[in-house]
Design a protein around this ligand. Structure first.
Ligand code: GLY
Ligand code: MN
Length: 463
């Protein structure tokens, strides 16, 4: 945990933003995997972690704005629990570490909620994403499912997004701890890859690194020689000489801050000429996009800048044609780069996305586009100092998409389908780093992980 003063300060700031009412925060629940005592890996709710820092399931927290009270609702372990789980810190001790003096049994939460409802005071909450939490909240708030989902507090979401979007120095330090582990995951993957190796040999090994160094992976590992499948979680391919391997993976620090890095490298240790050509285009798009980052710039403009570099690069090797400014404006490049350039990152790898993507990446000044490709952009708004975000352009040759567009004669004026078809089977290239927006520019977080053609090849060959 961070120190108690920080959690108090975060809660006080929230009280100032909300002005009145009471805010209810539910921790996540332990979820059964195949029977109730055999559970999935527990991951605390990030909003709960942010305001309370306590990493236990099934508890709840109240921030009472009107009465300036912070209360933890949790049941201390009984001797029956201690027999199986050992003696751990009490909730009273954990609450003290979070700067909270009031600890009540969970059973008394419903009385407080009833009393608050009777007095017609506002109860702020964010709609739950776990079914078990939803059931508990429906009971607690005496709401049906649709009332619960529509009754969330926009003020609470807005205030929390404002607070959590700007990272403090202690949070950046945590993200960089996640990077240290993630760097080892990526270097290990480069060293282990070879023709004949199964993808799961590597995905399993790097997930182990995330678990031994931190709190596990920040999202399920994406690792595949079929890198054109953007989120390929299947790890069953046997790597072949000449394949490119996409490794999009990251660890969480022990305090659950994320890292999210992608590298794409040759299984045999040497990029072919064709692979190098595509790789260099993606690398230039990524580096130019990072160069452009600074407070005040719209992230959508940075996305479009990367799209333009990709389109220009593809034109130079004959896969696109015509006016590339026009092509990007119309979205023709999205055949190759169909996703957004990046997203916010922090306690969640896609930070705060449980509130709804548009709360995080869009605001009153910018609306989500409906154009294929651009519509997937998670972050579009103006950047501010303290934001942490990813920059992750890619080029992919997706057979079904190429075939569909060609059949529909889509953007025939911009795309050289005859040549593009020759790349079916190539896979994909994505390169991703995590960036902090500073007062006067940006800083790429973590120690460098090989990224240039030379550096990657050298790492792949070093064992
Ligand atoms: N690294 C996975 C993603 O950003 O969606
Ligand atoms: Mn990412």
């Amino acid at each position: 945990m961070f120190n108690a003063a920080l959690y108090k300060q975060r809660r006080n700031k929230l009280k100032q933003s909300l002005k009145s009412g009471l805010a209810l925060f539910s921790a996540n629940q332990l979820m059964p995997m195949n029977y109730s005592d055999n559970t999935f890996h527990f991951r605390q709710d990030s909003t709960f972690l942010y305001y309370f820092g306590i990493n236990d399931p099934g508890i709840a927290g109240i921030i009472d704005v009107d009465n300036d009270r912070d209360i933890l609702f949790a049941d201390e372990l009984a001797i029956e629990d201690i027999i199986w789980m050992g003696r751990v810190k009490t909730f009273r001790e954990k609450a003290a570490e979070s700067g909270i003096e009031e600890v009540e049994p969970i059973s008394s939460l419903s009385a407080l909620i009833r009393e608050t409802q009777k007095k017609k005071r506002e109860i702020h909450y964010i709609k739950p994403y776990q079914a078990e939490t939803a059931f508990k909240m429906m009971e607690l708030l005496d709401m049906n499912r649709s009332q619960l989902l529509t009754g969330e507090s926009r003020e609470l979401i807005r205030a929390t997004v404002n607070q959590r979007s700007v990272k403090g120095a202690e949070e950046i330090a945590e993200i960089e701890k996640a990077h240290d582990i993630t760097r080892l995951m990526h270097i290990t993957a480069m060293q282990k890859a070879a023709p004949g190796v199964i993808e799961s040999d590597i995905s399993g090994a790097i997930e182990g690194i995330a678990l031994s160094g931190g709190a596990g992976v920040s999202f399920p590992v994406i690792l595949s020689v079929r890198g054109e499948i953007l989120h390929n979680h299947s790890h069953s391919n046997i790597m072949q000489d000449g394949d490119l391997l996409v490794n999009d993976s990251g660890a969480e620090s022990k305090m659950n801050y994320a890292a999210d890095i992608t590298r794409t490298f040759p299984v045999n240790g040497t990029y072919s000429t064709r692979q190098k050509e595509i790789y260099e285009i993606v690398l230039k798009a990524q580096m130019d996009a990072i160069d452009a980052l600074k407070p005040g710039i719209m992230y959508r403009d940075v996305h479009l800048l990367a799209a333009r570099v990709i389109a220009d690069g593809l034109k130079a090797i004959g896969l696109m044609k015509g006016d590339m400014e026009e092509a990007v404006q119309q979205g023709a490049h999205a055949l190759f780069f169909p996703h957004g350039l990046g997203h916010m990152m922090g306690l969640d790898v896609h930070d705060m996305e449980n509130y709804g993507e548009d709360w995080i990446g869009y605001d009153d000044t910018i609306q989500r586009s409906e154009q294929f490709g651009l519509a997937y952009l998670r972050l579009a708004k103006k950047l501010e100092p303290g934001f942490v975000l990813t920059v992750e352009p890619g080029i992919y040759f997706i057979p079904d998409l190429i075939n569909q567009w060609k059949k529909a004669k889509k953007f025939e004026n911009f795309i050289e389908y005859e040549k593009v078809e020759k790349y079916i089977g190539f896979g994909g290239v994505r390169i991703e780093d995590d960036i902090l927006i500073t007062q006067d520019g940006k800083r790429v977080l973590g120690q460098p992980i090989p990224k240039t053609v030379n550096d990657v090849e050298n790492m792949c060959r070093s064992i």
